[in-house]
Write a protein that binds this ligand. Structure first.
Ligand code: NCD
Length: 310
């Protein structure tokens, strides 16, 4: 078989037109039903091979992609850096060349290096960014948008507060981009030290206390404190962080009627939010995970066949 002509990639939200995002939202809505069937499988990607390579830790993104690929009848090949030739010093490009020789159709890659996916776009398979360092996490943004649309029925002009460790968050970067396509009113809520300077611009409101947004926001999106990226050294103490940025039980009462809480997971109970808040009916955390499978089915089938729907 010859070279697949121009395989499509999803590396950044910038790769998508607004119309394509809308198409993915519609396709995810149809794919969601597949997971409720007795036999949770459709033949959309039969005969395709999808490699899943996670060089950074992951539970939900990796499981979600693998389940999505399997529900579309694709064959999957999952591996981590540990135990692969990356550990022996093989470069990511040589790994890609090897996978190309095995005729894979897509590579889902999580990696600690920002922008690494851009080095892999000349191979014969689609490249999907499952998180690159602190840079982007486009599939998370798409599943979050799908979850918001499902709850509100619309996206335009929703008030979304993004709270916490914005500096280290690839989720926040992709989410801001996708919400802007729908003219959401975004407020960033973070200590000054956890706000990257390039986000300080007239398009985004900024505040340094959760109290300022909790009564107005339609969605309060909490971000994990990225301890593995030394986030704890960016503010004076745990007590101080919790006082200004942690979503506690009294905040639940103050939320506007119809408003919801979101978090990409994994959560640090007691840090970004109180344990009872995480488990409350206003938390969409489980819906986000459920919708992740449907959205990733939509993404895989869109990239690999150009089609959607089940
Ligand atoms: C996010 C990630 O890995 O960027 N998690 C996820 O994919 N569900 C957020 C995080 O780890 O804080």
């Amino acid at each position: 078989m010859g070279k697949r002509l121009n395989p499509r990639h999803l590396i950044s939200i910038d790769d998508l037109q607004k119309s394509e995002v809308e198409q993915l939202l519609n396709n995810a809505a149809s794919y969601k039903e597949v997971s409720t069937r007795e036999v949770k499988k459709v033949p959309a990607l039969r005969g395709k091979t999808i490699a899943l390579c996670f060089v950074e830790p992951s539970t939900r993104t990796r499981a979600s992609f693998e389940i999505a690929a399997k529900r579309l009848s694709a064959d999957t090949l999952a591996f981590q850096a540990k135990g692969s030739s990356l550990e022996k010093g093989e470069t990511i490009k040589d790994m890609a060349k090897t996978l190309q020789a095995m005729k894979i159709d897509a590579l889902v890659l999580r990696h600690s290096s920002c922008g690494i996916h851009c080095q892999l776009t000349d191979y014969n398979f689609s490249v999907i960014n499952a998180g690159d360092g602190t840079h982007e996490h486009p599939t998370q943004a798409l599943l979050d948008l799908f979850t918001i649309k499902e709850k509100f029925g619309y996206l335009e002009k929703l008030k979304v507060a993004i709270v916490g460790d914005i500096l280290h968050s690839r989720v926040a970067r992709s989410l801001i981009k996708i919400l802007k396509l729908f003219e959401a009113e975004i407020t960033l809520v973070a200590p000054p030290t956890l706000l990257p300077s390039y986000l300080i611009n007239p398009d985004l409101k900024i505040t340094h206390s959760l109290e300022d947004v909790v009564q107005e926001a339609d969605v309060v999106y909490l971000l994990r404190i990225q301890k593995e990226r030394a986030a704890l050294s960016y503010f004076p103490s745990e007590r101080e962080y919790i006082r200004f940025y942690s979503f506690q039980l009294p905040h639940l009462q103050k939320l506007k009627k119809g408003a919801f809480l979101m978090h990409p997971g994994p959560i640090n109970r007691g840090w970004e939010l109180a344990s009872e808040v995480a488990d409350s009916i206003l938390s969409l955390i489980d819906e986000q995970v459920e919708n992740g499978v449907a959205m990733r089915m939509a993404i895989l089938s869109y990239l690999l066949t150009g089609e959607g729907g089940s």
